[in-house]
Ligand binder design. Structure first.
Ligand code: NAD
Length: 257
């Protein structure tokens, strides 16, 4: 098994459709033991229920916008696991009203929230987990979307946050490379999850991807899970600062047939 004896942290499970859950399944299939988090009591039951199928998980609360939660998370993982081999950051949030209409109308508060939860949190989480990973190498993986590279209608403020997230991946990769810690992102094609449902016009987007991606299908949770498995395993030991597209090739197309 690729991850025998390895310990990982997965942030971002809300329900069984979550990309984070697809990743948790892929990495635990290969032997990893996981700490999984839930954002607030509202999601605790969902996460506990799903986590029953994992191998002796730690189940911990964490709101990434709260520094106190991040400190407590690092302490709990240190006492539960004694260290960490990888971190999966699959967290994003923007106010619903910012994901419709024009980017021009983005509010100051809407911009701040999207950047804080969806981009800055990668740095905030990584900083707290570095001491746990330092002595054993480590791999950090985050989730991004094509709307951070090019304009996707209605993705708006989240696209700007994803651009900041992707650049954070490169700066973190540079900072942490000398410690043997790698930082990469997966740019996933659209998948109908709770977060994606907040983007206006999602079903049109899914249809467009299915008919225009070179592989002529929509991205599946398990496909993203397997790319994450590669990125947290030693198979990718020479890869850092990278954004890998798991989108059935959609991003290479400039024009429809
Ligand atoms: P999801 O709704 O299942 O997951 C989003 C998660 O973010 C939830 O678990 C939610 O609890 C968590 N979250 C939001 N605010 C938080 C906070 N303050 N503290 C802690 N957790 C918080 O949706 P998903 O699509 O699986 O999203 C996971 C990641 O994948 C996101 O970064 C998203 O942008 C990215 N992504 C999604 C798609 C897609 O089409 N679904 C495509 C590309 C990238």
């Amino acid at each position: 098994m690729l991850l025998e004896g390895k310990k990982g942290l997965v942030l971002g499970i809300a329900n069984k459709r979550s990309i984070a859950w697809g990743i948790a399944q892929a990495v635990s299939r290969e032997g990893a033991r996981l700490a999984v988090t839930y954002q607030g009591e509202r999601l605790e039951e969902n996460v506990r229920e799903l986590a029953e199928s994992l191998n002796d998980p730690l189940i911990l609360p964490c709101d990434v916008s709260k520094d106190g939660d991040l400190e407590a998370l690092a302490d709990a993982i240190l006492s539960g696991f004694g260290g960490l081999d990888f971190v999966v950051h699959a967290v994003a949030f923007a106010l619903r009203e910012e994901l419709d209409g024009e980017f021009l109308n983005t509010s100051r508060e809407g911009y701040r929230i999207a950047q804080d939860v969806s981009a800055y949190s990668l740095t905030a989480v990584t900083r707290r987990m570095v001491p746990l990973m330092e002595s054993r190498g480590g791999s950090v993986v985050t989730l991004t979307y094509l709307g951070g590279e090019r304009v996707v209608p209605h993705y708006n403020v989240m696209g700007v946050a994803k651009a900041a997230l992707e650049m954070s991946v490169r700066y973190l990769a540079s900072d942490l490379g000398p410690k043997g810690i790698r930082v990469n992102a997966i740019s996933a094609g659209p998948i109908k999850t709770l977060a994606a449902s907040g983007v206006h016009g999602l079903s049109k987007m899914l249809e467009y991807h299915r008919t225009h991606a070179p592989l002529r299908k929509n991205t599946e949770q398990a496909e993203v899970g397997d790319v994450a498995l590669f990125l947290v395993s030693s198979l990718s030991r020479g890869v850092t600062g990278e954004v890998i597209h798991a989108d059935n090739g959609f991003h290479v197309m400039a024009m429809a047939e």
